[in-house]
Design a protein around this ligand. Sequence first.
Ligand code: UT7
Length: 344
Amino acid sequence: MTIEIIGTGRALPPRRVSNGELAERIDTSDAWIRSHTGIAARRIAGEETAASDLGIAAAREALNLALERNRMAEQTPEDLARTLDLIVLGSTTQDYYGCPATSCLIQRELGAKKAAALDITMACSSFIYGLETAAALLKADPRRRRALVIGAEVLTRIVNWEDRGSCVLFGDGAGAVLLEKTGPENRAGPDGEPGILRTILGADGSGWEHLIIRRGGSRHPLKKGEDAVPEVSMNGRAVYTFAVAAITGVIRRMMEEERILPEDLALIVPHQANARIVQAAAKRLGMPEEKFYLNIEEYANTSSASIPIALDELNRSGRLKRGNLIITVGFGAGLTYGGNLIRW
Ligand code: UT7
């Protein structure tokens, strides 16, 4: 039994804000942002757009592409949505605080009537956690066959625009993948069966304070009459150090335990947080930087959406080919980390 990705999609808000435009409002510069992060621009969602809107758009793209590229009994994205057994959404910027889960809003809008819905709030590691959760739930019951895994964020709504050390890093967007459980007799790729082959998940709660939204939870609830808003605060240096070690550790462990050589890997798809973090990890691993896919220049850090957005770009452009072996790798608040080994 394999769990295969049969469709990908992404949705980015149309408004592109360059570093230069940001520097008109904040004490920063294009040169600083580029040299410290590799970011040139980010997308900022309009006021009326919430995470579910972007998630729904990305999900529809994934359903459409699945229909286009696979011979399927279903004729329309709506037909396909009705066959879904599960929708997993990774997000740090859900539409509503606490409840309802944003995945329920997506389920409703897609008309995915028989799908269970589940939100995952592991910050930037949410997609990696979500992919493994969905794959495990599909495997657990022979009646379950298809799942959508989505990452959707409107991070520009929760950044502290007065903190130049963090606000310049983030952007809005969503990505989605459609998973299908297939039998071993189907769809064998040139070098083995396609599918999610292995996942590493981890957490180091001792770093819980390094990346945090302090206000709004039961520890520090927002009180009536207060004008405090929930905002991200970050110890950039601590997260940077953790991130380089986490990325290096996950890739090294995955390759050693699964007996993978660098030349076996078509690509590594890292969470897009900072190009310098990726470059430092590549150096430590002794791997060429070109093995790592980077699109951070255009979109900045879209947290749980960054890996599925990258997967969709690679899939649609034909850069990811059937049979390619890839590793996704990420880290985030919690602190958390992980990676998926996938044969495309
Ligand atoms: O998904 C996970 C999300 N988070 C991350 O991945 C963040 C990981 N951390 C980082 O990527 C880096 O730590 C940052 C990019 C956030 C910061 O880079 P840094 O090289 O660690 O800079 P720093 O915080 O040590 O600041 C260096 C200088 C400071 O000035 P002084 O004190 O040396 O005069 C800052 O005030 O850079 C200044 N600075 C800025 N200057 C212009 C900080 N932010 C900015 C800015 N524009 N946006």
